[in-house]
Design a protein around this ligand. Structure first.
Ligand SMILES: [Fe+2]
Length: 316
């Protein structure tokens, strides 16, 4: 164990040959441009962390992801991980420092500290008058803000990999992630998927910050982001559909493992980006489960069935 427990997923880093097209997609998807240079595009969310998405000029590739560290001590620990870079300055718009390490599939994981948080952006949304809370909007009409509704924060990273057990062990050992649900295909040593969450002790966190799914080829399955509410998932699904520019992958539905209401869209180079609302939230005391891969255990609680082409989806 490295002793490091990462605080949160910070961003995904991609390469794309056309930054205009990348920015158009990401803007339509609900991210907001923070900074753009000749060869870099930084997009932010509404909450106050650093940016959530980086695109570098280049052939289309998923480059890796970044996680936030709690302290300079953790950054020093990160630099002692096997194969780690030295501590180096981040050259983006939020300053800070990073250590680069390579996970078992060859993607670069940036471990970052000391970044200047962005001021939160207001996202005016009305609460619903439903169920046990019929008066959350008492005396007010619901008038939803327009699409695209802003992405709030990073959610999770999903890697497809032929080496699920090795990949998961790497993230748990080096970044301190905890098992939420491991998916077993027949026997306890045949792990075909693994949902992992942050270890923040008593603090409640998303059901998963990393999912690894078995596939013959390693790659990015999807990168995911939280939006303000379930209306925003539906509203922006209609918005993106109406634009007619992007390929839809899956949704809308409600997952079983994690319970999010989800919607998945491809960027212009086939990299899947997810918008979701309403995750299960667990803390360290919740422990983890071994789950047999049966339809009952993994199918959505409602919504369209899982599209076969999304299984093993791996953007290089
Ligand atoms: Fe997801």
């Amino acid at each position: 164990m490295s002793g490091i427990k990462v605080r949160d997923l910070a961003w995904g880093r991609f390469a794309a040959p056309d930054l205009d097209r990348a920015e158009q997609f990401l803007t339509d998807f609900g991210l907001t441009r923070l900074e753009r240079s000749a060869d870099r595009l930084y997009m932010r969310g509404a909450d106050g962390g650093p940016f959530l998405h980086v695109t570098e000029q280049g052939d289309p590739r998923f480059l890796g992801a970044a996680f936030l560290l709690d302290s300079a001590d953790d950054l020093a620990r990160a630099a002692r991980l096997p194969g780690a870079s030295a501590i180096e300055p981040l050259d983006g718009p939020c300053d800070g420092q990073r250590v680069r390490v390579t996970e078992p599939n060859g993607y670069v994981i940036e471990l970052v500290h000391g970044m200047t948080p962005l001021a939160p952006m207001a996202v005016p949304r009305d609460p619903t008058n439903s169920g046990a809370e019929p008066l959350r909007r008492a005396g007010r009409m619901m008038r939803l803000s327009r699409s695209p509704t802003p992405i709030r924060r990073s959610g999770h990273l999903v890697l497809t990999t032929p080496r699920v057990a090795e990949t998961v062990a790497w993230f748990r050992t080096n970044l301190g992630l905890l098992r939420s649900d491991d998916l077993l295909d027949g026997s306890p040593d045949r792990i075909v998927g693994s949902f992992n969450r942050l270890d923040r002790g008593e603090e409640f966190v998303d059901h998963h910050v990393l999912f690894c799914a078995y596939g013959e080829r390693a790659g990015l399955n999807h990168l995911s982001f939280e939006v303000s509410d379930i209306d925003a998932v539906f509203q922006d699904h209609e918005y993106l559909k109406g634009l007619g520019r992007y390929e839809h992958m899956w949704g809308i539905g409600r997952h079983k493992l994690g319970s999010q209401v989800y919607d998945y869209w491809c960027d212009p180079w086939g990299r899947v980006h997810e918008r979701w609302a309403d995750s299960d939230r667990l803390n360290a005391a919740n422990g983890g489960n071994l789950v047999d891969v049966t339809r009952e255990n993994v199918a959505s609680q409602w919504g369209d069935p899982f599209p076969p082409r999304f299984r093993g989806w791996a953007s290089p």
